[in-house]
Write a protein that binds this ligand. Structure first.
Ligand code: NAD
Length: 276
């Protein structure tokens, strides 16, 4: 046993929600490779050999409760990866409310013990959360699944950007209360990543920042390239990190905000809520 073992997952049980395809599937594979026993929850079946599969529909509270009943026991790492694009009915539930319900349920039932970690996949589309914090705090104050659904019905937010901002605000605001339970929570905000979801929305999702990547000779990230930081954030090696929103966009926002790459400046300012 050496100090580098803190990066590994030996002896850990990892639950990957949204682990059938894309970044979730890469996360499941990487966690398994790092030594974890992996359970995948998803509406679709995963292909990863050796992973347990439990079907869940994040848009449906009862389905989440049933899936957690099947899971039983404790998990050391929860990867909350599932998400859908604009135009999908129930996007507010699938991208955020369902994940939050699952976390609440797991915490209540002692399924996330001290020392465990949660890793969300948000998006660069959610980086404007700080400028919307008052509104998001009101939303996050909803006590449960049904109240959150009602809040969105009354106030809006059933769109991709709002759901991703909600994840970022949730991660930041839960860091302190969760750490009181010994649980860490972080998120990554990927830039364009070549997954089935991005391919289905190719022009918008993979077209984003294509000029920047062309300058650098880069392709969109692979799912595994996004899984690496997510798996790291949930490893014991990241014990000092919680409430953190890690921008995993190969530097596009940094280059835009600092005007190092001026064509990205307006879009980076807009998406981070800095455009006045
Ligand atoms: N691909 C990108 O460019 C990109 C960029 C930023 C953020 N993201 C985010 O990354 C995450 C992973 O997406 P991806 O790009 O790997 O796409 P993906 O479609 O491959 O993965 C999403 C997973 O969620 C599952 N899922 C969808 N609806 C569900 C439901 N109702 N209940 C349970 N599971 C459900 C899918 O079956 C799939 O396995 C999403 O949250 C997405 O918003 C993607």
């Amino acid at each position: 046993m050496g100090v580098f073992d803190a990066f590994g997952y030996k002896g850990k049980r990892a639950l990957v929600v949204g682990g059938a395809t894309g970044m979730g599937a890469a996360t499941a594979q990487l966690a398994q490779d790092a030594g974890a026993e992996v359970v995948v929850m998803d509406i679709a079946a995963p292909t990863l050999a050796g992973a347990e599969y439990i079907q869940v529909n994040l848009a449906d509270k009862e389905s989440i409760d049933e899936a957690l009943g099947q899971l039983g026991g404790r998990v050391d790492t929860l990867f909350s990866c599932a998400g859908v694009a604009d135009g999908t009915p129930g996007i507010e539930k699938i991208n955020f409310i369902g994940h939050r319900h699952m976390i609440d349920h797991m915490l209540e039932d002692g399924m996330l013990p001290p020392g465990s970690a949660i890793g969300f996949i948000s998006s660069a589309a959610g980086l404007g959360w700080e400028s919307n914090l008052d509104r998001l705090k009101d939303y996050l104050a909803t006590p449960d699944f049904d109240a959150a659904v009602k809040w969105v019905e009354q106030n809006g937010g059933a769109d991709y950007m709002s759901t991703k901002q909600a994840i970022c605000a949730y991660v930041a605001s839960e860091a302190y209360p969760m750490l009181k339970r010994g649980v860490r929570i972080n998120a990554i905000c990927p830039g364009p990543t070549d997954t089935p979801l991005a391919q289905a929305n190719k022009e918008l999702w993979l077209g984003f920042a294509s000029d920047y990547r062309a300058e650098l000779g880069l392709q969109p990230s692979t799912p595994l390239e996004q899984a690496y930081p997510l798996v790291y954030l949930c490893s014991d090696a990241a014990v000092s990190i919680t409430g953190h929103i890690l921008v995993t966009d190969v530097g596009y926002f940094a280059a835009g905000l600092t005007e190092a790459y001026p064509p990205a400046t307006d879009i980076a300012r807009f998406l981070t809520g800095r455009l006045t």
